[in-house]
Design a protein. Structure first.
Length: 265
């Protein structure tokens, strides 16, 4: 598959919260059309902040990109409203599988399609497509989301994002709190969406083992900086990555100890 056309480029991004806390100090990576790119790193490394910067959601949290820029299909995301980014194909599934708990699964999905032009028939067709990828959601379509399992809620959140026809789907920690078998199921579906529909995917994960299994490329963040980027298969085989990110050795005790040598990316 040719991964040439750059869809998203994150260029030397620095970001702060409350004009005080520096959360990112140098994040650079790209997502090409048709790729799955994983953003890896420990708790607090800056994954969520990076994804929020990508969707221009930082201002809502008193956050600010102070240096660098982020281009989605050539558009500087800082100049666009989050809703306009969604319309242009950049759609994010936030951390924590946000569903409307008192709506049914199907009602949740439909809310994702409301911004689409085309009316009922188009929404019905989009729903069927989501159900084809997540048969479990079809079974549960009339259940209240709040009463479905964590995995089903994550699938609903992803399905709702798919309803708004993303070109780039951005996911924050989809594995969080889910059983390993459910996590594999979700990542397999994401890969199928990528391979069959050409959906490009940027996924932040603490679960490096799963992310590196399904991604084409990955970038590792430490303390707010990108320290390593490369082909997922190559990263999986590196001894330092294996030791510190693939669960084959305990993590260093001090949370701020750099665990990979700072490598220019
Ligand atoms: N709303 C906020 N206000 C102030 N500081 C924040 C805020 N959100 C995150 N931070 C700080 O920014 C840094 C990066 O956090 P971030 O949530 O981006 O990391 P993460 O890699 O996504 O971790 P996690 O897996 O916990 O989500 C941390 O030091 C965190 O304490």
């Amino acid at each position: 598959m040719g991964h040439n056309e750059v869809l998203l480029s994150v260029n030397g991004v620095k970001a702060t919260y409350n004009h005080a806390i520096t959360a990112l100090h140098g994040v650079t990576f790209t997502v090409a059309r048709g790729e799955i790119v994983a953003l890896l790193g420990a708790n607090g490394a800056g994954k969520t902040t990076t994804l929020k910067a990508v969707s221009n959601l930082l201002p809502a949290e008193r956050g600010l990109v102070t240096e660098g820029n982020i281009l989605f299909q050539g558009l500087d995301v800082a100049t666009a409203k989050p809703a306009d980014l969604v319309r242009s194909g950049l759609v994010q599934v936030l951390e924590g599988r946000h569903c409307f708990r008192s709506l049914t699964v199907e009602e949740n999905l439909v809310t994702g399609g409301l911004g689409r032009s085309g009316g009922r028939a188009e929404i019905a067709a989009a729903l069927e497509k989501v159900y084809a990828h997540f048969p479990r959601l079809k079974e549960k379509r009339h259940a209240l989301s709040g009463l479905t399992s964590g995995g089903e809620q994550q699938m609903t959140a992803i399905g709702r994002a798919l309803m708004s026809r993303p070109r780039l789907l951005v996911l924050d920690e989809p594995s969080m709190g889910l059983a390993p078998i459910v996590v594999q199921d979700i990542f397999r579906t994401l890969r199928r969406l990528n391979r069959e529909e050409g959906l490009s995917i940027l996924v932040a994960e603490q679960n490096s083992t799963v992310a590196l299994k399904y991604a084409d490329r990955a970038t590792i963040l430490e303390n707010g900086a990108a320290v390593l980027s490369g082909d997922a298969a190559e990263l999986r085989n590196r001894d330092d990555v294996k030791a510190f990110y693939l669960g084959q050795s305990p993590r260093p005790a001090a949370p701020n100890t750099p665990i990979l040598p700072a490598i220019a990316v």
